[in-house]
Design a protein around this ligand. Structure first.
Ligand SMILES: NC(=O)c1ccc[n+]([C@@H]2O[C@H](COP(=O)([O-])OP(=O)(O)OC[C@H]3O[C@@H](n4cnc5c(N)ncnc54)[C@H](O)[C@@H]3O)[C@@H](O)[C@H]2O)c1
Length: 376
């Protein structure tokens, strides 16, 4: 094998398609095996992308050349699958959320550290040129000191497009834990750790229906709130409000605004790897009847646009270069902690202090980051 790092994928469902498309194109990564509970699903994904082997999760863990496991299973088994990979001596990249609770995810991080292994956690949209160009603009002072933020995600719900949407309405998901990680990871990467949150939430429909795929027409139970509104206070003194809904007729997702002492930055959708970035300048002194349009000043997006898999690529390079990776397990754990605190607040706990913090700022990606360079 060349200098590329051997990767095994566990979970060959919907999102494995885009992961495989990108991971098989990166020279620094070699996908060696795909696994799923459903062997046919694993085989067909492996064949689709020319991956030489397929099988069960145990086959991935036993593969001698797999150094990093990519966990694309459903949230209910994230910790179980990631822990088994750590026990087998493999680094782990996991889809979000890191797990369902604080304790087992904290134990997972401790076990990985004790074994000298790394955990990386989605979302890796954080590494995309859209978010990173916005982050760079803020670090370079484009809006002065960040003061407060707004985040909003509202859709009709993923039951309309996902062929197996039950897990998206179960513990570990709902709009808060399924979509919240994109928005909260972006905010924590920009503003630092969250100190406390409060939230309200509702579950207007107790049951929903599958609309696509072989199970279309089936009805399933909704376990979690499907509309949540939260407010958060950051350790650095900034504040944010966020709205997450699977109940809105008006589809409007990807709203992320950071307001600073000298301007506002409109960020790309944090669930996307690219997008428009715009800066708004204050109007200054105005007369009451004089309210001109505020121009959106474009902030250029720099960097190569790819997609999911960037977090895995950053991890394998970071391991080789002995530097920290960007989307760490620690970040994933803190984001989960924030979202679980919001859930507890929804359940009646009022303002919930967030227990975890971060050991340092979330690093920015270098301007010259090239996914398609061979660096290893
Ligand atoms: N679908 C999306 O658009 C999307 C986008 C971003 C992130 N994600 C995340 O990716 C993860 C997977 O989502 P999905 O939409 O691909 O789900 P999915 O249900 O389509 O696929 C999950 C796959 O994991 C397999 N699986 C479950 N438990 C397993 C186990 N113990 N061992 C081996 N295989 C197992 C299932 O058989 C299934 O094929 C979730 O955490 C989700 O939040 C999904």
């Amino acid at each position: 094998m060349s200098g590329s790092v051997g990767v095994g994928i566990i979970g060959a469902g919907v999102i494995s398609d885009t992961y495989l498309s990108n991971l098989t194109a990166f020279p620094d990564v070699e996908v060696l095996i795909v696994a799923d509970l459903d062997p046919e699903r694993a085989r067909s994904r492996a064949e689709q992308y020319g991956v030489p082997a397929w099988g069960t999760a145990d086959d991935v863990l036993a593969h001698p050349d797999v150094q990093l496991v990519v966990n694309l299973t459903v949230p209910a088994v994230h910790v179980e699958v990631s822990s088994a990979a750590i026990d087998a001596g493999k680094h782990v990249w996991t889809e979000k959320p890191l797990g369902l609770d604080r304790e087992s995810t904290a134990q997972l991080l401790r076990d990985a550290e004790a074994a000298g292994l790394r955990i990386g956690s989605a979302p890796d949209t954080l590494l995309g040129p859209g978010f990173q160009s916005a982050k760079r603009a803020i670090l370079e002072g484009a809006i002065g000191e960040p003061l407060f933020a707004q985040a909003s995600f509202q859709t009709q719900g993923p039951d309309l497009w996902h062929p197996g949407p039950q897990f998206l309405f179960a513990r570990g998901a709902g709009p808060l834990l399924d979509m919240g990680p994109y928005y909260v990871s972006a905010l924590v990467s920009l503003l630092g750790p969250v100190d406390r949150v409060a939230a309200v939430g509702t579950r207007p429909r107790r049951q929903r229906r599958i609309h696509t795929g072989p199970a279309a027409g089936d009805v399933f139970d909704v376990e979690v709130a499907t509309t949540v509104q939260l407010i958060a206070a950051f350790e650095g003194g900034q504040q944010a409000q966020g709205q997450f809904s699977f109940d809105s007729a008006l589809e409007r997702a990807g709203v992320l605004e950071i307001h600073g002492t000298e301007g506002t930055l409109l960020l790309p959708d944090p669930n996307h790897f690219e997008g428009e970035i715009a800066r708004i300048e204050p109007l200054g002194v105005l007369l009451d009847d004089d309210r001109p349009e505020q121009p959106r000043i474009a902030v250029p997006q720099e960097g190569v646009v790819v997609g999911r898999g960037l977090g895995v690529l950053d991890m394998v390079r970071a391991i080789a270069e002995e530097r920290p990776h960007v989307a760490t397990g620690e970040l994933g754990h803190h984001v989960l902690d924030v979202l679980l605190s919001a859930e507890e607040s929804v359940a009646g706990a009022g303002f919930v202090p967030v227990r975890s913090s971060l050991s340092g700022p979330v690093p920015a990606v270098p301007r010259d980051f090239d996914p398609f360079a061979r660096t290893l």
